[in-house]
Design a protein around this ligand. Structure first.
Ligand SMILES: Nc1ncnc2c1ncn2[C@@H]1O[C@H](COP(=O)(O)OP(=O)(O)OP(=O)(O)O)[C@@H](O)[C@H]1O
Length: 218
């Protein structure tokens, strides 16, 4: 569950501080799947990064499962980030590593050692079982994003943050990837927050939040 209250985040713009998010509040129930839409530059990525503990707000609170992450120190915040799943538009796979190693690398850094049988089961589910020994460059965009999803899901996160996960894919591939993402999140009871520019994909989730005039609606 995500509870954001009166969030303020400013960025330096020349000599001025400019509010990107200003007293933004929103509430997302456990297991809910929510899309985040809004004009370019409205602050969607900023919001995802704040909820993901990659940025700190100027003021306001972000409560995740009862814990106000804005009060975490750096170590606590790093620990919090390890428990999240994140998916990016440009996949951010490690080029020299095989698909299998890309899926487990982050988990292993965090001293979690996913079982091979779990990796295989997830890869099968995502249709990339036959690609586990391939390098990312040998994969299509859609396949690379499936690896991104596997990497995010292998830790069994409670919260999955996806920033334009289909921004590099065509409409048909985008639908495939998002419907897989939805299914997996539903099965595992994962809260999904997905930034998208596609109204169609946004409408396919439980709820749509629009960022406009530095605030959240919907
Ligand atoms: N590192 C940065 N330094 C200064 N300003 C930034 C930085 N990153 C983003 N901004 C500004 O903050 C505002 C919000 O950016 P953000 O990336 O959150 O928007 P967005 O809604 O995700 O946009 P898009 O849909 O184009 O990806 C924009 O005006 C942007 O120019």
């Amino acid at each position: 569950m995500v509870e954001v209250q009166n969030l303020v985040f400013t960025r330096r713009d020349g000599d001025l501080n400019r509010a990107v998010l200003d007293e933004l509040s929103l509430s997302i129930a456990a297991k809910e799947q929510v899309s985040i839409v809004g004009d370019s530059g409205s602050g969607k990525t900023t919001l995802i990064h704040l909820i993901g503990g990659l940025l700190r707000p100027d003021s306001g609170s972000i409560v995740i499962d009862g814990q106000n992450i804005t009060q975490f120190n750096d170590t606590e915040l790093a620990l919090y980030r390890r428990g999240l799943g994140m998916i990016f538009q440009h996949y951010q796979l490690l080029a020299p590593l095989s698909v299998y190693d890309n899926i487990v690398f982050q988990a292993q850094l965090n001293q979690l050692n996913p079982k091979q049988s779990d990796v295989n089961a997830l890869a099968e589910r995502l249709g990339i079982l036959h690609k586990l020994t391939a390098l990312p460059q040998q994969l299509s965009g859609g396949e690379q994003q499936r690896v991104g999803i596997a990497r995010a899901m292998i830790n069994k996160p409670k919260l999955l943050l996806a920033d334009e996960p289909t921004g590099n894919l065509n409409a048909a591939k985008s639908e495939e990837v998002v419907s897989l993402l939805r299914e997996l999140c539903e099965e595992q009871g994962v809260n999904l927050l997905m930034v998208t520019h596609s109204q169609h994909l946004a409408d396919s989730l439980d709820r749509k939040i629009t960022i406009q005039n530095n605030r959240a609606y919907g």
